[in-house]
Design a protein around this ligand. Structure first.
Ligand code: SF4
Length: 416
């Protein structure tokens, strides 16, 4: 948009054009999207408001009736057309900056073919569409050149990257996520790649091998949504692969990478979930040793099969199970962080520590929060730190002396 004569509106300035990218994964996502549109309409009464994204696709009439909305883009493929009509002569093929963010996010794939019974996404993003590798490589190169030291690869179903392009091709000619990573790690510059959420069943040997071969370039972190550790619940959820297969893939990652962070999403209180089934989830979480669990209480999503199931779990039971899972998460996080003490970590410094002058904080390669003494000059930098202490908010690190920062050494072995 900048090339078409638009610029970002200042905080106290009224915008001429607002583009809202919405989410519909939960009813709360819909509500937040509506709130945002209403606030933008109130604060920018003369603006054209364009709404796109999954909520716009799922409920275009509802979105069109919101105040100030001039256009609803229900299919992203229409966006270039719309931008042309809005006066953008050269429609950009990707992103170059993320205002106010230290990390860049590159969407490599869209759409999901699966049919989890609790999820609305396949109804709004049914077709798989992978971006050409050359386009992604160029976008990442541009972001690195613009000073981003961490690029997160995202997609609705990241593990299915390439599946649509591979149809009808010999297996030897397939392009998968592992191949894309092989191309990205070759780019020059000081940066690392992180994968966003991926299904455990899509953690292939090839993927793990490329991650293991490039420990500095690819963060040793995988986010594998578990949802439940009970085979019976997983079946009702229509998830692929059972609990044992999930555990096997975690073990594959743990054997191949040096102390990787495995993080996950878990839903508690899915319809019909018994105490014994919930206990299986806790046991599996403990067995994997997650670095972080994102716990969610099941809430029926209108339009999904799970919302029609009759044996919904009472709210009080869901709340109690949620608390138990959060408690386990605390315990496992601390156990994981304790294992990192004494190690060297690759840290992306992001923001000042609130109310503690002279300290900055960021995210380490293994997805933990680390604080380090230093000022604004460290912001956005990728630095090596030794993890020397831990507390309830994460790890405390000490900056490594450059000569001590050899790959594979622990901080103590490096004399730090
Ligand atoms: S894999 Fe399941 S949860 Fe994930 S987007 Fe597809 S249907 Fe939804």
């Amino acid at each position: 948009m900048l090339t078409a004569g638009y610029r970002d509106a200042a905080a106290d300035e009224r915008a001429d054009l607002c583009i809202v990218n919405t989410c519909t994964v939960t009813a709360e996502g819909d509500a937040k999207s509506r709130q945002l549109v209403r606030r933008l309409a109130r604060d920018n009464p003369a603006a054209r408001i364009v709404v796109m994204g999954c909520y716009a696709t799922r409920a275009p009439d509802e979105v069109a009736s919101l105040p100030g909305v001039t256009e609803v883009v229900t299919d992203k493929r229409e966006l270039p057309d719309w931008l042309t009509r809005a006066g953008v002569s050269q429609v950009p093929s990707g992103i170059s900056t993320f205002a106010g963010r230290q990390r860049a996010f590159v969407k490599v794939q869209d759409g999901c073919l699966l049919n989890c019974s609790f999820c609305i996404i396949p109804q709004v993003r049914p077709g798989l569409a992978s971006r050409p590798a050359a386009e992604i490589v160029a976008e990442v190169a541009r972001l690195v050149a613009n000073g981003y030291h961490e690029v997160v690869l995202t997609g609705i179903h990241l593990g299915h990257y390439g599946v649509d392009m591979n149809r009808g091709r010999e297996k030897s000619a397939w392009l998968r996520l592992s191949h894309l990573l092989e191309r990205l790690v070759e780019l020059p510059g000081e940066f690392r790649i992180r994968l966003s959420s991926i299904e455990a069943t899509e953690v292939t040997r090839e993927l793990v091998e490329v991650m293991a071969a490039h420990p500095r370039r690819i963060a040793p972190h995988v986010h594998l949504a578990l949802q439940s550790g009970s085979d019976a619940v997983l079946q009702r959820m229509r998830r692929r692969g059972g609990a044992q297969r999930y555990l096997d893939r975690c073990r594959l990652v743990q054997r191949a990478l040096d102390l990787p962070a495995i993080t996950t999403d878990i839903i508690v209180g899915f319809p019909g979930e018994t105490e014994a089934e919930f206990a299986e989830t806790l046991a599996l979480a403990r067995e994997v040793g997650f670095a972080k669990i994102h716990a969610f209480t099941y809430s029926p999503r209108r339009g999904t099969d799970a919302a029609r199931l009759s044996d919904q779990v009472p709210a009080a039971i869901k709340a109690a199970r949620y608390e138990r899972l959060v408690e386990l998460d605390r315990e496992l996080q601390q156990a994981f962080q304790r294992r990192l003490l004494g190690r060297e970590l690759n840290l992306l410094v992001e923001t000042p520590v609130p109310a503690r002058s002279g300290w900055m904080q960021g995210t380490a390669c293994r997805s933990v929060s680390v604080r380090v003494a230093g000022g604004a000059e460290l912001r956005r930098q990728l630095v090596r730190v030794a993890a020397v202490e831990m507390d309830a908010t994460g790890l405390v690190g000490e900056l490594c002396r450059p000569e001590a920062c050899e790959p594979g050494k622990t901080a103590r072995a490096s004399g730090l």
